[in-house]
Every structure is written in C-alpha cells, then in structure tokens.
Design a protein. Structure first.
Length: 259
C-alpha cells in the first residue's frame, strides 16, 4: 500500500477527472454548464477541492521577447472536501459564468486563427500531481459584435488574425484583452496598413476600440491612432454601424490630415 500511495503522488494510479460540457458553444455574458466526473485510482485519496475555470492562451510582450501564458479566469469551486475511494466514481454539475469581455473564438462558423479558450478542470489532491483537463469552448460573438464586424467588412476590411494580449485598457474587466486585426480595402487601403478592433463589453453595451496603423507619406506622419465608439446591444443595423465606423475612421485620419 505504501508503494501505491507513493506512485499516486507521482500521478501513477491517481484519481482521474473528466469534464463533459452540455454545449461547447457559448456567448459572452452567458453560462457554460456541464458535468465533472472523478474516478478513484488505485488508493483512497483526499480531495480538497475540484475547480472549473475558463482558460485563455494569452500573448505576453516585452521590449525584446514574446511568449504565451495560459491564464485562468472566472474560477468556480465544485463541492467541498471529500475522500474518493479506490475505483469509486462520482459526478457533479457546474455552471460557469462567461464574463462579458471573454474573447470570441468563432465568427460565422469560422474559427479565428490564434484563439484558444477552454474550460480547465483541476482536482486539488494534497501532494499529488494533477495535469488537469481542458475542454475547448467556442465563444461566438454577440449580435452587436457580429454586426460591427460585418459593417467593417462592408467598408472593405477583411480579417487577418486575432490574439489575446496581457494587460488592461480603460474599461477592462479581465487581465487581458482581445485584438482582432483587419486589413483594409477600398478607400482605406492607401491610408491604413491594418486596423485592430477590441470589444470591451458590459451588460449595457460595448465600447469598440479602434487602433489604426497609418501609412506615412511626404505630407503626413504614420504611426498608430486610437478611437473609441460606444454602442448598445440593440445597435445591430449594419448600415447604421457602417456610417458610425466610417465617421470614426475619418476622425482618426483628420488628426494627421488623411482626409
């Protein structure tokens, strides 16, 4: 028995956990629900806690390097302390709120390249190694987010990439924020190299943060310019949004004489 306990502490013959989500698709501000099942290993083990959390792969930048971290957020505990007997199996339900500012991973049935969000399940067993269990989640845009991206498409912008960066903007609720990078077409292609869009969502609406990487020229300077637009959840008219976004882009350009 002593050898079995030692091996369990090293992860051999340890309790095993499996998470099954009711639905892998969610919306910001919604809920992820599912069932966690833990099966005992070769020996009885004390379980301090079972935790579920959303996890995002986040880019971290410094002056001379870039790397990625897995950041947990919205953590919830399932049940309390208990003993899982050898070969015993027990299950529990969970509801995990999805914060409004959770990065979106899929738009119109297409996965945004570079996005990785999942539900991480961790079993806290004293002295034991728990690799955890990660179940991918597809975070779809709210109607207003989808309408804004469609309106930008109407203005000639096309998706290029997306990432999640560590840090905060004014109005951030999470320790990171998403940037969706679009490349311009039409009238903007001569003036903008790329446009980065960040959604800062709350229960009342969304702040749309636009960061334009401007092309330089003989009579105008290049560099980044920022603008911010507030819309409500009910503002889903693409034509109206196209006009608002066009005004914002004109405002960005007017700062350095684009238009």
């Amino acid at each position: 028995m002593g050898m079995k306990r030692m091996m369990a502490r090293l992860g051999v013959g340890n309790a095993d956990v499996e998470t099954v989500l009711d639905r892998p698709e969610v919306l910001p501000g919604g809920l992820v629900t599912g069932t966690v099942t833990i099966k005992g290993g070769k020996v009885d083990q004390e379980v301090n806690e079972i935790r579920v959390a959303l996890e995002a792969t986040v880019e971290v930048e410094t002056d001379d390097s870039t790397w990625y971290e897995n950041v947990s957020f919205g953590t919830r505990s399932i049940g309390g302390k208990f003993t899982i007997a050898a070969n015993q199996e027990t299950s529990g339900r969970f509801e995990l709120p999805v914060p409004w500012q959770t990065p979106i991973t899929d738009v119109g049935g297409w996965h945004l390249r570079g996005m990785k969000i999942g539900v991480k399940t961790t079993v806290d067993i004293p002295g034991a190694i728990d690799p955890g269990d990660l179940d991918p989640v597809s975070v779809r845009p709210l109607p207003v987010q989808e309408a804004i991206l469609a309106a930008l498409g109407d203005l000639g912008f096309r998706f290029h990439s997306a990432d999640v960066e560590k840090g905060r903007l004014a109005g951030s609720d999470l320790p990171f924020y998403q940037e969706i990078e679009l490349h311009p077409g039409g009238e903007y292609a001569r003036r903008i190299k790329e446009l980065e869009v960040t959604f800062l969502v709350d229960a009342a609406g969304v702040d749309v943060v636009l960061e334009a990487d401007r092309r330089g020229g003989l009579l105008r300077a290049g560099g980044d310019a920022l603008s911010r637009l507030r819309v409500g959840h009910h503002d889903t008219d693409r034509h109206h949004l196209s006009g608002l976004l066009h005004e914002q882009l004109q405002h960005l350009g007017a700062r350095r004489g684009w238009f």
